[in-house]
Write a protein that binds this ligand. Structure first.
Ligand SMILES: NC(=O)c1ccc[n+]([C@@H]2O[C@H](COP(=O)([O-])OP(=O)(O)OC[C@H]3O[C@@H](n4cnc5c(N)ncnc54)[C@H](OP(=O)(O)O)[C@@H]3O)[C@@H](O)[C@H]2O)c1
Length: 189
């Protein structure tokens, strides 16, 4: 059983260190985010999940995320970089429908050019439906290794999702030893 320690709350906010950027031409930097708390009894809003990040993984798409960020959203506020992460669930909002539980070790993928907050942050506080992937870390897989699984598993899944009439057929996967190809083989099975 994983013990849960909620982050300290000061002035109705949780402070979360994060890797952020200001606009398309500035480098990433470490800053302190102020995450608003829902109420005195709950950090999360009913539709949110709170995760303590254990590890994050770099992916080429993290650079694209900065390029794709609509300029109007960047403005004077900072934006959190990153997509892939692993961590432990600290709180789940009352209206979230999921089999996941508080204390579960999870990996996932947040990749939203329209959001101010993605994954490179000490505490991930997000609406449940903004996670592209949020799954339990398999037994015998470390949190560090699991942090790199989100984007590649989702990329492979997207390829299969868009394909029709595959049942009973054969699939040719080029580069089956690559990160995306490896997941493609699992999905095909
Ligand atoms: N990673 C992602 O999140 C992601 C997301 C979207 C799209 N993609 C795309 O998916 C594809 C695979 O990406 P990945 O991240 O899964 O790659 P990866 O894990 O870095 O693996 C690349 C694979 O390509 C092989 N390879 C490289 N150059 C080759 C060559 N000249 N001839 C034959 N094989 C060669 C490598 O073989 P060796 O190991 O033997 O060198 C390796 O198996 C790429 O086109 C990438 O742009 C990736």
């Amino acid at each position: 059983m994983t013990s849960i320690t909620l982050p300290p709350v000061e002035n109705n906010k949780v402070i979360s260190k994060a890797i952020t950027f200001k606009n398309h031409s500035t480098p990433w930097e470490i800053t302190s985010l102020e995450l608003p708390v829902a109420s005195p009894d709950s950090i999360v809003q009913p539709d949110q999940i709170l995760i303590k990040t254990a590890a994050v993984a770099l992916n080429p798409v993290d650079i694209l995320l900065r390029e794709l960020t609509p300029r109007t959203l960047v403005g004077s506020s900072v934006k959190v970089a990153g997509a892939d992460f692993s961590g432990t669930i600290l709180q789940i909002g009352s209206s979230v429908e999921t089999d996941l539980k508080v204390g579960d070790q999870v990996f996932g993928n947040l990749l939203n050019p329209f959001s101010q907050n993605n994954s490179f942050t000490e505490y991930i506080l997000q609406k449940y439906n903004t996670f592209q992937v949020l799954q339990k870390v398999p037994e015998k897989v470390s949190l560090a290794d699991a942090a790199g699984l989100g984007v590649v598993s989702n990329t492979s899944y997207q390829a299969f999702k868009g394909s029709k009439n595959l049942k009973g057929g054969s699939v040719l996967i080029l580069g089956g030893g690559s990160s995306v190809g490896y997941f493609g083989i699992q999905w095909a099975k």
